[in-house]
Design a protein around this ligand. Structure first.
Ligand code: ATP
Length: 463
C-alpha cells in the first residue's frame, strides 16, 4: 500500500481536482472567471462542514454545562473595532515586487515564501523573481462597507474579522440572562472576513472563512491552568472527534515577540501541511484586555461580582479559536490515501465516519426495477437514522470507487439474491470487507459497523 504522506505537494493538487469533480469545494463565481481567494462548497463540502460544525457544537456546548452559545451580527457598531484595537493594529506589513512578477507579499512571510521556492530564507528581493521590493507598509485587513444609503465616513462599518468581539460585548447580557457564575464560556460559529494580503494554498487562507470560537471567562489567577486545560481538550478534539492523526499535529507556544497585543500566552495547534506547519486553531490567553477595553470605551461596567469571595473584578479570558475551512482541508489531506487493488489505483478518503459527507450509500446492483423497488425504499428508511446516499447509476465497481473517493464508510448493496433471502451486503470502505445482513435488522448492523469504523478511526488518529 502506498500511503501519500501530507508532505507530498501533489496531494493538494489532487484534492483540488477531486474537490471540484466530486463537489467538495471550488472557486466562487467560476462562470465569471472566479474571484481571488473566495470559495464555494459543493454538495459534499456543505455536508462535511455541517458535520464538523456539529462535532464542535456537540463537544463545546451540548456535552458540557459551562458554555453558552450565541450568534451575533457580522456588522457591529464600528466602535467595537476601535475599542478592540482592530482599527489601529489589525494590519499586516505589505511589500510589492518592483521586478518582473509584480507580486504582493506579506513581509513577515518572505522567509517562508523563499523557502517554499527552494531559496535561502534571507535571500535578497522578491521570493518569486528576485526583483527589488518596496519598503514595508501596514495594511489593515478589515473589509469596509457603508451602512445605509450615504457612503460617507460617518456610515463606515466593518465586516467582522473574528467572532470573538460578539462574545465580549454581550458578556454582561449573557451573565444576567443565564444567571451564570464564573468560570463559564460563550461560544459561536460564524463567518469572518479578512482582506488577506497573500491568500493561498486553496482553502487554507481565504478572504471569507468560518471560525468556531469560544471565550472562557475565569477568575484572574486561574487563567494559566485554564489555558493548559483548553490546549489539551482542543488537541483531543481534532484527534479523537475528527480523526486527524496526532503524529501530524503539534502544539506550538508562541514566542514573546509573536504574541498579539492582547495576549500573555498563545499556543497554536498546527498541522504538517505539504508546504510546512500551519495553524489550525489558536488557544490564546486574552487576559482581561477585551472586557476592560469595552468597559472603558463604552462606559458600561463589564466587571463581575464574585459572590463567593465578595470581590469585583474583570474576568480573564481563554479563547480557543478554530478555523472550519482549514479544518476541513486538513481532514481531507489527512484522510487521503492511494493504494493498489488488483492492479488498479484506488483512491480512498479515510475520513472519520462522523466527518464524512455520507455515512451510508445504498447501491442496487443494477437499475433493474426489481432491485430499485427494494433499494429505494430501503434508502428512505435508513435516512431516518443515517446520512444516506442512494445511487443506481453506472457499474457497481465504479460506484464503490466513487464512494471510496468521497469517504463513505459503508456501502449497502442490494442484489438479486436480496429478493430471495431478504438480506443485503454491507461493504466497509477501509478494509473492503463484506458482510451479509438481514434487511430486518439493517439499522442495528449499520450502527455496529459504524461503531467499528469509529474505533478504527480513533486507532488510526492516535497512531
Ligand atoms: P494566521 O496566522 O494563519 O493568519 P491567525 O493567527 O490570524 O491565523 P486567528 O485570528 O487565531 O488566526 O484565527 C483563528 C483561526 O481561524 C485560525 O487558526 C485559522 O484556522 C482560521 N483562519 C484565520 N485566518 C484565516 C483565513 N484567512 N482563511 C481561513 N482560515 C483562517
Amino acid at each position: 500500500m502506498s500511503q501519500e504522506q501530507p508532505g507530498t505537494p501533489d496531494i493538494v493538487e489532487k484534492l483540488v481536482s477531486l474537490g471540484k469533480q466530486r463537489g467538495f469545494f471550488f472557486g466562487s463565481s467560476e462562470i465569471y472567471g472566479g474571484i481571488n481567494a473566495l470559495y464555494d462548497y459543493g454538495p459534499l463540502g456543505a455536508r462535511m462542514r455541517r458535520n464538523v460544525r456539529n462535532l464542535w457544537w456537540r463537544s463545546m456546548i451540548e456535552a458540557r454545562d459551562d458554555i453558552e452559545p450565541i450568534e451575533t451580527s457580522i456588522i457591529m457598531n464600528p466602535q467595537v473595532w476601535v475599542a478592540s484595537g482592530h482599527v489601529a493594529t489589525f494590519s499586516d506589513p505589505l511589500v510589492d515586487c518592483l521586478g518582473s512578477c509584480r507580486k504582493r507579499w506579506r513581509e513577515d512571510h518572505l522567509p517562508d515564501e523563499r523557502r517554499a521556492r527552494g531559496k535561502p530564507p534571507d535571500a535578497p528581493g522578491c521570493p518569486e523573481c528576485g526583483g527589488p521590493l518596496t519598503p514595508g507598509r501596514q495594511f489593515n485587513l478589515m473589509f469596509r462597507t457603508h451602512l445605509g444609503p450615504v457612503a460617507d465616513d460617518a456610515a463606515q462599518v466593518y465586516l467582522r474579522p473574528e467572532t470573538a468581539q460578539g462574545m465580549f460585548v454581550d458578556f454582561a447580557t449573557v451573565v444576567q440572562a443565564m444567571r451564570r457564575r464564573l468560570p463559564f464560556g460563550i461560544a459561536q460559529q460564524g463567518k469572518s472576513f479578512r482582506n488577506e494580503i497573500s491568500p493561498g494554498n486553496s482553502i487554507f487562507r481565504t478572504r471569507e472563512f468560518e471560525v468556531m470560537e469560544m471565550e472562557f471567562f475565569c477568575k484572574p489567577g486561574t487563567d494559566g491552568e485554564w489555558h493548559r486545560v483548553w490546549c489539551q481538550e482542543r488537541m483531543r478534539w481534532w484527534v479523537e472527534d475528527c480523526g486527524v492523526r496526532s503524529s501530524h499535529l503539534r502544539l506550538r507556544a508562541h514566542e514573546k515577540d509573536e504574541l498579539s497585543h492582547y495576549s500573555t500566552a498563545t499556543s497554536d495547534i498546527e498541522y504538517t501541511f505539504p508546504w510546512g506547519w500551519g495553524e489550525l486553531e489558536g488557544i490564546a490567553n486574552r487576559t482581561d484586555f477585551d472586557l476592560r477595553a469595552h468597559s472603558e470605551h463604552s462606559g458600561k461596567d463589564l466587571s463581575y461580582f464574585d459572590t463567593e469571595t465578595s470581590e469585583r473584578y474583570i474576568p480573564y479570558v481563554i479563547e480557543p479559536a478554530a478555523g472550519l475551512d482549514r479544518g476541513c482541508l486538513t481532514m481531507l489531506i489527512d484522510a487521503w490515501e492511494e493504494e493498489e487493488v488488483r492492479g488498479e489505483t484506488r483512491t480512498v478518503l479515510r475520513l472519520h465516519p462522523d466527518v464524512a459527507p455520507w455515512q451510508l450509500a445504498v447501491l442496487p446492483l443494477s437499475k433493474k426495477p426489481q432491485l430499485t423497488e427494494l433499494a429505494r425504499p430501503l434508502a428512505h428508511r435508513l435516512r431516518e437514522r443515517f446520512r444516506t446516499e442512494y445511487d443506481e447509476t453506472q457499474s457497481i465497481g465504479r460506484r464503490y470507487r466513487r464512494q471510496d473517493e468521497i469517504g463513505t464508510p459503508l456501502a449497502i448493496t442490494v442484489d438479486f439474491e436480496s429478493l430471495e433471502d431478504r438480506a443485503v451486503t454491507i461493504r466497509e470502505r477501509d478494509g473492503m470487507t463484506q458482510v451479509r445482513v438481514p434487511i430486518d435488522s439493517l439499522e442495528q448492523a449499520c450502527d455496529e459497523q459504524l461503531a467499528a469504523c469509529r474505533a478504527a478511526a480513533l486507532e488510526r488518529a492516535r497512531g
